[in-house]
Ligand binder design. Structure first.
Ligand SMILES: [Zn+2]
Length: 392
């Protein structure tokens, strides 16, 4: 057992089950030079599991390593697959939850692409809070609908008085999860009708598939549907929806504040036993998966094959640093033009436009997110390339 107390439920002890040393503390922050990328500060991963609430956390996470800024390039908005998902989700908020003509606050809005969709589709007024916001990315047609605050969410934002609070892919970057939710609940104290929508990565899949590339330093908090629901219920929220989306990679939770703790009622909440079983599975199988990937990639290189990686985000950084690979990868490509020409923390690979693969002519392309495989296959075919694709 570890003496690390659970930041999600307060249980005194947790158990460590996976460790990686020396991973870049940010994996989405891109560097202007290779030297800065390879010299990027590193930290350790010590994944612990809380048997009481099912939460998984990095016990070695140190918040002082965080440096979210405008260099943070998290957008997936250059992928048609991702845009279709974001459109559908924003329309669901408008059509199924009646988010029309409302005041919508998005905590951790990134470049504002989702908030702007919600404002466009439902004629809403948006307020986005995020230190990584970039004003020049906001399109002219929504400038009268959205306001941005380039800062971290804090108590002073309580007086924004939103009708809807959106928080997507943010809570997994926050270590004191219970404290954060308690604070938000406090901000909504006098306003029980506020709709709260959170979206974040689903951890049962990561454990089941031994997806070690989904474990990285920036993500200090790992939720299953049940552990997320337990947190919301304990802190005084009633749940309207708990579901999976984006190829079951993301958890969606819709909630409203309640008078006190609420009781489980939704099908996905009962996952404590399954989580414990999958943690044990990951502990046993992840080291074998790591060895298998290392052998596969080194085998390709030894056979004279050229290997590329498609997708330069956190998954790629985690994939390479966890495996201890670098020079084996001939090219790293990404469809996001804001990433191209910059360098990946850790291995220092320059991120190239996919079109550069015409010169590289890879034999093997590792696809960092399997959901994009067909989109990538079509892209490669348009360039006259037919490498073997390997979804991670
Ligand atoms: Zn716990």
């Amino acid at each position: 057992m570890s003496a690390f107390a659970c930041p999600n439920c307060g249980a005194a002890r947790t158990r460590e089950f996976f460790a990686v040393d020396g991973v870049p503390v940010h994996s989405v922050l891109l560097m202007p030079t290779r030297e800065e990328a390879t010299g990027f500060p590193r930290g350790d991963v010590r994944l612990v599991h809380c048997a009481s609430c099912g939460f998984v956390a990095n016990a070695a996470f140190d918040v002082t390593n965080n440096a979210y800024s405008t260099r943070y390039e998290e957008t997936q908005g250059f992928s048609p697959t991702f845009n279709a998902f974001a459109d559908r989700l924003a329309k669901r908020l408008v059509d199924e939850y009646g988010v029309r003509g409302r005041r919508v606050l998005e905590i951790g809005c990134g470049k504002g692409e989702f908030l702007e969709r919600v404002c466009r589709f439902g004629d809403n007024q948006g307020i986005g809070v995020d230190p990584a916001y970039r004003p020049e990315r906001t399109p002219d047609d929504v400038r009268d609908k959205v306001t941005y605050m380039q800062e971290l969410y804090a108590d002073r934002h309580a007086d924004l008085r939103p009708d809807v609070v959106v928080c997507r892919h943010t809570l997994e970057h926050i270590a004191p999860t219970r404290e954060f939710l308690r604070r938000l609940r406090g901000h909504l104290e006098a306003r029980p009708d506020v709709l709260v929508f959170f979206e974040l990565p689903e951890t049962l899949r990561v454990l089941r598939e031994c997806a070690f590339w989904d474990v990285y330093y920036e993500h200090c908090s790992y939720f299953t549907p049940g552990s997320l629901a337990r947190l919301f219920r304990a802190e005084g929220f009633e749940l309207l929806e708990l579901s999976l989306d984006f190829g079951d990679q993301y958890i969606l939770i819709m909630a409203r504040s309640a008078d006190g703790p609420t009781r489980p009622s939704l099908p996905l909440e009962d996952d404590l036993d399954e989580t414990a079983r999958l943690v044990a599975h990951f502990e046993r199988e992840a080291p074998r998966q790591l060895e298998a990937w290392r052998a596969r990639v080194r085998g390709w290189v030894a056979a004279g094959r050229k290997v590329a990686i498609w997708g330069s985000g956190s998954k790629a950084v985690a994939f390479l640093t966890t495996l201890g690979l670098g020079d084996e990868i001939a090219a790293m490509v990404d469809v996001n033009p804001h990433k191209q020409g910059k360098f990946m923390p850790g291995t220092g690979h320059e991120v190239l436009a996919p079109e550069r693969l015409v010169d590289v002519r890879p034999d093997d392309v590792i696809v960092m997110n399997a959901i994009y495989t067909e989109e990538i296959r079509a892209h490669l075919q348009r360039m006259g390339l037919q490498p073997d694709l390997h979804p991670a």
